[in-house]
Design a protein around this ligand. Sequence first.
Ligand SMILES: Nc1ncnc2c1ncn2[C@@H]1O[C@H](COP(=O)(O)OP(=O)(O)O)[C@@H](O)[C@H]1O
Ligand SMILES: [Mg+2]
Length: 498
Amino acid sequence: MIDFKLYAEQGAWRDERLLKVITDKLPIGLAYVDPDKIYRFANSRFAAAYGLSPGAIVGMHADDFICTDTMELGDPFFEAAFKGTAVDYVHPVRHQDGRQMVVRTFLRPEISSSGDVLGFFVCSFNVTREKEAEARLLQAQKMDAVGQLASGIAHDFNNLLAVVIGNMAPLREKISDPALLAEYVDPTFHAIEQGVQLTQQLLAVARRQPLHPEPVDAVECVTSFLRLLRRTMRTDISVTTRFGLHLPAIYLDRAQFEVALLNLCLNARDAMPEGGEIVIALAHPSPEMGPGFVRLTLSDTGHGIPAEIRNQIFEPFFTTKASGKGTGLGLSMIWGFVKQSAGRIDLESEVGVGTTFLLDLPVAPHGETRPEAAPDEASRRLHGQGLVLVVDDNHTIRRHIGRDLELAGYTVIEAESGEEAVPLVEALDELCVLVSDVAMPGMSGYDLAETAMNGRPDLRIILMTAGEVCDTGRPACRLPILRKPFPIGDLLKKIESA
Ligand SMILES: Nc1ncnc2c1ncn2[C@@H]1O[C@H](COP(=O)(O)OP(=O)(O)O)[C@@H](O)[C@H]1O
Ligand SMILES: [Mg+2]
């Protein structure tokens, strides 16, 4: 037991041996610098950061062992400390073994009773982990904010596009002059298609695209995807696979998974202008990650991603590619898709060596098998009969859906709000289908649907959304949902299969 009181009385706290015993136990770097910038004391941790022993540091001038950039950064703070000011600062340090660390340093001057500065204490904490966590949190908050913005824009834009399509489609039918069609109408439809695609991408970024997850055999899915990809890949790029044995089925939206794979492969291709290798592997995750995931890794031998932009590459519209070559939406969509599918995404990259993206994809709930493929109904002409109630607060959308349904043989009535629709549902026994928008002022489509489900369990209900999808467990979330704008054929199919 150390008798601190005795030591203090004898002035022995300056005893170097004792000081060392105590300070070497602390999880911080400690040192003492005299006015000539000579180190008079250092504990083990402080010395270890410079690959030295405390004994070697004592007596050395700071400029002789602290690397120039660190010293240049620290100099003004050292000067302030020599003038008697206590200073705190955070700075990067390259550890002797090459690790980059972030360190918070406190300089505390020792002032004599006559007011002279005798030197100062240096106290350094490794805050690398905290800084990383902070950066990750900031990044997550930024992606959330960007996601909200993206989904807001997509939502309004989809409603506009629905109106444009709804009015353009009948107009096209009425125009028979091929020159007029080619010059004015076809380009308009092409632009609309691009607009629809863009809003879908924004919703993917915002983690709000309607997904249809199903159990997917990842090996089979990647294999058949690669059969298609190989035909379009440059010949100077080889694509190989490594698959683990007995992988469980994963649970995600297969079509969107293929889009993600494609985007990753295209990025890898772009990073290898002189050719190279893509390796796609599927494996059980390592034990420390816990079960419940299949890990997909996609590696390339491309130019790699510099550390400075590593945090930005998942942001929407961030691209390093020439204008017209990149949209900057690929990785942000993948990020949104993986998060929305309850998976995880990470990457490792070394400049000049290559990049590996790691995707942890959730395993399908036990016992589920792939559902039978739905018969292709596209070729069948769809029509129906019966009374349909169309509910949407947007008059134009309501009208063009109603008109299309009438053309398909249905009888249509309309309501512009949930409140207006409820008494109709209750009163009209012959009503067989309810088609409702989700986001409406007042009663939402979900609330309307649930009221209708309770009163009329036999009613077929289809929801429409311009963006938002329900992700809580409420009953209405299980109803079929269409993303606006949609071709009328999709609605007819949904009504038939509901
Ligand atoms: N495999 C890769 N190797 C090197 N850089 C990559 C790779 N994948 C993505 N990147 C970087 O991330 C950026 C964003 O990618 P992405 O979101 O797909 O947009 P885009 O491909 O349109 O630029 C790219 O511009 C590129 O700088
Ligand atoms: Mg891309």
